[in-house]
Design a protein around this ligand. Structure first.
Ligand code: PLV
Length: 322
């Protein structure tokens, strides 16, 4: 079996984004992973450790499923992916093309997850969690080790920018920063309004569950953030700045990224990019929450397969008329 399933992704310097924020911006191009997003890091690592007697089941907004489908195909193990109806239809086809069995259950990821957990009980399948598992976080942490190796010993980051759905990527980033001795590097944790379970929990001072996912960034659409991500965000161990952008800002960021960097990503990733394009970073500097003289930014371009030219125009239409 392969040592791991993810690839060492390019770290690109963006002149256009650097100009916008006044510090060097490095893009960690997770969109170029074989499954289309960073998810293959954690899911690949988790699947390698799980017992696989009767096959796997994974609940997903789409991208964890794409990673699970890719990894299990390489392992030669059957997998069932449960996605909600809010995941674009073409994603089901993409999953089937990877050899997965697909079931569409419920409206949002939490509904699909309930069905996955039911199949664990009734069919004896092994559960592949999309974000809430220590092995997922360990797998995701490799993104920071790689970036640190590419940057070399003389570069010290000013901040890491990352999207938060259920918080698995965030936990992986914290772990990765720990591993390379960069715990003093702040993390800017980005969500969209209507999929902002971390931000809502931090405001409430306890973990809360959103009533519904009203954002179009469905891959960020876990109603409840995982406990570990919440705990990190509240601890003094690491600085996590939680910020929320609108769907319109995330969409605008996707479009600008497409124009300037020639790469199409989905809304979930647009949330991170909006920290640059909607000037969240300069605002945080003006508020004194980030230093005025800021070191280079590491932007985790998480990627995502829930997008194509038609879906982009659907989103444009929906969000213009909202
Ligand atoms: N998406 C998960 C959870 O969905 C999934 O099943 O695909 N960026 C992209 C492109 C993603 O697909 C996700 C998660 C995230 C960011 C956020 O990662 P997380 O969940 O680890 O915080 C409901």
């Amino acid at each position: 079996m392969a040592e791991h399933f993810h690839i060492n992704t390019p770290l690109l310097e963006s002149a256009a984004m650097s100009k916008r924020v006044g510090t060097t911006v490095y893009l960690k191009m997770e969109n170029s992973q074989p499954s289309g997003s960073f998810k293959v890091r954690g899911i690949g690592y988790l699947c390698q450790q799980l017992s696989q007697s009767k096959g796997f089941v994974c609940s997903s907004g789409g991208n964890a499923g794409m990673a699970a489908a890719y990894v299990t195909r390489k392992m030669g193990v059957p997998v069932t992916i449960i996605i909600p109806s809010s995941t674009p239809h073409f994603v089901a086809q993409r999953l089937e093309d990877q050899g997965a069995t697909v079931k569409i259950v419920g409206k949002v990821w939490d509904d699909a997850n309930a069905e996955a957990l039911r199949l664990v009980q009734t069919e004896g399948l092994s559960y592949v969690a999309p974000f809430d598992h220590p092995l997922i976080w360990k797998g995701h942490s490799s993104v920071i080790a790689e970036a640190a190796a590419s940057l070399g010993p003389n570069v010290k980051l000013g901040a890491v920018l990352v999207s938060v759905g259920g918080g698995g990527l965030l936990c992986g980033i914290v772990q990765g920063l720990k591993d390379v001795g960069w715990m003093d590097v702040p993390i800017i944790a980005m969500e969209t309004l209507g999929a902002d379970c971390l931000n809502a929990s931090l405001k409430a001072g306890k973990i809360v569950t959103l009533d519904d996912i009203t954002s179009e960034a469905k891959s960020l659409g876990a109603k409840t953030v995982c406990t570990k991500a919440f705990e990190y965000s509240q601890s003094n161990e690491v600085t996590i700045i939680s910020e929320v952008v609108t769907d319109q800002q995330a969409l605008h960021a996707m479009e600008t990224f497409l124009d300037e960097e020639r790469v199409l990503v989905e809304m979930a990733c647009g949330a991170t990019l909006a920290a640059v394009y909607s000037r969240v970073v300069p605002r945080l500097q003006a508020e004194g929450r980030l230093p005025a003289l800021l070191g280079p930014l590491l932007v985790i371009v998480c990627g995502g397969s829930n997008i194509d030219a038609q879906q982009l125009s659907i989103l444009k239409h929906k969000l213009q008329t909202k």
